[in-house]
Design a protein. Structure first.
Length: 220
């Protein structure tokens, strides 16, 4: 059985993900745009599971910018220590909370440029907040999505920015937000970093039945 053409792979992947994860939940526990922003910031180089274990204690003390700035950076750092990178993340959380009060009346702005200008908030974090808090089409690409896009032959991007560009061209705009989550869940369940090398999981095998060697993935 020959390898599928790109258009066939896109259709197969899209339909498979729709069947497996028709309504994917947001992995990070939150109640509003601010708590989502903080949770996504904490998730950098940390698992969502760990973040969800830490945020209840943090949000019990401060679930708004006004409450957060009343905590010291050291207090924040001590709470979020299990998430890693706590010195940088605690400073970013405190300062971005100050900025939200100073410039946005304590509200999280619903614009990519404004979000990306906040301390500790990169393009991917801004994309997650825009998609999941405000429903604006975005396709945030993390290392997991980057890896699967390479294995499935959807992108040859050498970084997450190039991969995001390629994925946006392949899939309908009104499905970007859901697909972002669907790919993450599929990667965790079937196509993990060590559990699949591009020849093991169901989608990799269907897309490339003739693949003989592990798929080399560009490091983002």
């Amino acid at each position: 059985m020959p390898n599928l053409k790109k258009a066939e792979r896109v259709e197969l992947i899209f339909n498979t993900l729709q069947k497996l994860y028709p309504e994917p939940p947001v992995p990070l526990d939150h109640t509003d745009p601010y708590t989502l922003l903080i949770a996504v910031l904490l998730s950098a180089q940390c698992t969502d599971e760990r973040v969800n274990q830490v945020t209840p204690q943090l949000f019990a003390k401060a679930r708004s910018p006004e409450a957060m700035v009343k905590l010291s950076v050291d207090e924040i750092r001590e709470i979020i220590r299990p998430c890693g990178l706590s010195p940088q993340k605690s400073k970013a959380i405190h300062r971005l909370s100050e900025i939200l009060i100073e410039r946005y009346a304590g509200q999280v702005p619903a614009q990519f440029e404004a979000l990306e200008a906040l301390p500790g908030v990169g393009h991917k974090t801004a994309g997650v907040v825009m998609a999941q808090a405000f429903g604006v089409p975005a396709f945030p690409v993390d290392t997991h999505i980057h890896r699967l896009a390479q294995r499935w032959g959807l992108s040859r991007g050498r970084n997450v920015t190039e991969t995001e560009r390629d994925l946006k061209k392949l899939f309908p705009r009104d499905h970007w937000n859901k697909l972002h989550l669907q790919i993450i869940f599929y990667g965790r369940e079937y196509c993990t970093a060590r559990g699949c090398d591009g020849r093991v999981c169901p989608l990799c095998k269907e897309c490339y039945p003739e693949r003989k060697h592990p798929k080399k993935v560009h490091k983002p």
